[in-house]
Design a protein around this ligand. Structure first.
Ligand code: ATP
Ligand code: MG
Length: 341
């Protein structure tokens, strides 16, 4: 057996193969601290809410955090920011550890292989991903796994481009970051991230409209679309503007990085977009239109969206784990491991 896990700024998702099915388990990467009281005790004891008690506080963790935050009039907090462990959150480590333990569960056998996603170092900030990566590695090892990091963009390629010899441009539009990987026969030729994603869109929209960030996020996730023109003004109008801006920003950085890396000309590759931020209807069409206008030195055969944008990074990590174990059903065609230069 083998597993994949996507440790994201907003969602932690694990993937595991059970016969012909891939089973995903996910939790929101968030928590809320509430004061310990009889009422809290009653609510918690009646349910299977994930929580821990520490002194006079109870921490409700994962998907239930938002409900409890609303009931107890508290703010949710997040262990990660911009794709990595947050340096501003003192409780980040114990909280994320609890979520990871719940999502991944016990290994089926000692030293079971698990690939976990980690972002590329962002090119637009001086954050480093090393501490984050090493910390996750040690949690998973303590749980009895044999962990190995996999770049988030490369995970997208494993998950979505098996039918294309693992060749193409994979982009994961997440909450804290956008991760980009150009792969040629399963060899990453360019990987980078930018420290902007859905959280940035929400924060900018909230500032522009005076709404709370939580309200903006829920409007965006519930019924926001990019496939028709939204009236100016209002939250949806502002969301459209910041979505546009995010896409242009990502494309600008793709062009810059491709030029710097001296990527071979004459390539003709597909582009796959995924991640929660790619969810709104019309996203891939808009991205394609913007790409057409950009000056990219290779050609793009098509732009597609992953079927399950919230699960594809975890699925890619699972494909990597299973491929390494020599499972021939891990993907339709085996990724090549050796680089040709
Ligand atoms: N239906 C939807 N429409 C628009 N945005 C959505 C939708 N569902 C989720 N999102 C947004 O997608 C983001 C979460 O996506 P995802 O789970 O891919 O990120 P992550 O992997 O946790 O973050 P990162 O990769 O940046 O660390 C959030 O900004 C969330 O608001
Ligand atoms: Mg992600």
């Amino acid at each position: 057996m083998a597993r994949g896990i996507d440790v994201g700024t907003m969602n932690i998702v694990s993937a595991k193969q059970e016969e012909s099915e891939t089973v995903f388990v996910s939790q929101r990467n968030s928590f809320v601290e509430i004061e310990y009281s009889d009422m809290a005790e009653r609510m918690l004891s009646r349910s299977d809410v994930l929580h821990i008690r520490k002194d006079d506080s109870v921490y409700v963790v994962g998907d239930d955090a938002l409900n409890f935050a609303n009931i107890f009039n508290e703010e949710t907090r997040r262990p990660m920011k911009h794709g990595i462990l947050s340096s501003e959150e003192k409780s980040a480590i114990p909280m994320i550890k609890l979520i990871i333990e719940q999502v991944v569960g016990e290994p089926d056998r000692p030293n079971e292989r698990v690939y976990f996603s980690t972002p590329a170092d962002p090119i637009d900030s001086d954050l480093s991903t090393l501490y984050h990566q090493k910390t996750l590695e040690s949690f998973l090892a303590d749980m009895g796994y044999d962990p190995e990091p996999i770049n988030e963009g490369m995970s997208v390629i494993y998950s979505e481009l098996a039918d294309h010899n693992f060749t193409g441009l994979g982009i994961s539009f997440g909450a804290g970051m956008t991760n980009v990987c150009l792969s040629y026969y399963a060899v990453p030729v360019m990987t980078f991230s930018v420290a902007r994603g859905g959280d940035w869109v929400d924060e900018q929209t909230a500032t522009a409209t005076g709404e709370s960030v939580d309200k903006v996020t829920s409007i965006k996730e519930e019924d926001f679309r990019l496939d028709f023109t939204t009236d100016a003004g209002g939250v949806e109008g502002a969301l459209s503007i910041y979505y546009d801006n995010l896409l242009d920003y990502v494309i600008e950085n793709v062009v810059r990085e491709v030029n710097e890396e001296d990527v071979e000309e004459g390539l003709d590759v597909p582009v796959v977009v995924t991640g929660g931020t790619a969810s709104p209807p019309g996203f891939e069409k808009l991205f394609e239109e913007r790409l057409e206008k950009a000056d990219i030195p290779f050609s793009i055969s098509d732009v597609r969206k992953a079927n399950e944008p919230l699960y594809s990074v975890a699925r890619g990590a699972l494909v990597a784990s299973r491929t390494e174990e020599g499972d021939s059903e891990a993907s339709e065609s085996e990724p090549e491991v050796e680089a040709e230069d």
